[in-house]
Ligand binder design. Structure first.
Ligand code: LIP
Length: 274
């Protein structure tokens, strides 16, 4: 019910602030870093602790809810109709390790596979981005609005290199990046999918695309960009699929279409392994 959602919305902001305190403390200190799928896919003790904090806090209040968390998901994630919290405890772990201040806690709540709450909190810059369907997108209480840029020739585009170091993947990504940079004002790479989507929602960048991130990297950002008036699609330009590991968002559909037409598609293992 809507009352339950109000409770969830307050809870998610409280838990994100608590997580933010943990992250701010750890940010200044030396970190124990381990690698996951590649030498550039990093995880720290803080990623795991923050995720546990978020899951245990929500579970206390809502014991029947489901969770998909970056550090606890395993190899395949299953999204059911049950209320499901999708959590990235620290998006931008590499930035966190290097003290580059673009990192965020990202939490989305899905009910019947539809996103009903999206929250992205950067504890270093103290920016809290939130969105609920039909209610707009906000940063620290200020309403967000995407840009109206339709032409790639006038666009600033965020894009990520990702963590794969496979040479075929890198070649393909560089070909796509080259096609975009030839036509655009510029490309920016922040090291975090969530903050890139916040830039699009805030009208500070015109678009963002990436092939390779996971559902926890863009579930909250997807709602944020749409509620700020933007469009979120698959990198082919087709409908957004949260499990496909491909995302393209822009202030306008025209710009999204132009970018999609310039991208070389990558074959990726879906998050649900379907
Ligand atoms: C990272 C993303 C980044 C992307 C990486 C990775 P993490 O998330 O936000 O934009 O390029 O592939 O997924 O691992 O720091 O949470």
């Amino acid at each position: 019910t809507n009352d339950d959602l109000d409770v969830c919305f307050n809870l998610v902001q409280d838990v994100a602030r608590k997580a933010g305190e943990m992250i701010r403390e750890a940010f200044k200190q030396e970190k124990q870093v381990s690698t996951k799928s590649s030498l550039a896919d990093l995880v720290t003790e803080s990623d795991k602790k923050v995720e546990q904090l978020i899951i245990s806090t929500v579970k206390d209040k809502f014991p029947t809810h489901s969770f998909i968390g970056e550090e606890s998901v395993g190899d395949s994630c299953v999204l059911t109709d049950n209320a499901t919290w999708i959590i990235d405890p620290i998006d931008g772990t590499t930035n966190f390790v290097h003290r580059f201040p673009y990192i965020a806690v990202s939490i989305a709540l899905l009910v019947q596979k539809k996103t009903v709450i999206g929250l992205i909190y950067n504890p270093i810059l103290d920016q809290m981005y939130t969105a609920r369907p039909g209610q707009g997108a906000y940063c620290n209480g200020e309403k967000l609005q995407v840009t109206q840029t339709q032409d790639l020739g006038h666009a600033l585009v965020c894009a990520e290199f990702g963590s794969s170091r496979d040479s075929k993947v890198l070649d393909s990504k560089f070909r796509s990046m080259r096609k975009i940079i030839e036509q655009a004002h510029g490309i920016r790479s922040l090291g975090t999918a969530t903050m890139a989507m916040c830039m699009v929602a805030s009208g500070k960048a015109d678009a963002y695309f990436e092939m390779g991130p996971h559902i926890w990297d863009f579930a909250a950002g997807d709602l944020l960009v749409r509620e700020a008036g933007g469009t979120v699609v698959d990198t082919t330009g087709g409908p957004m699929d949260l499990m496909s590991r491909r995302v393209l968002c822009a202030g306008t559909q025209e710009l999204a279409n132009q970018i999609a037409a310039s991208l070389e598609q990558l074959d990726l293992q879906r998050d649900d392994c379907a």
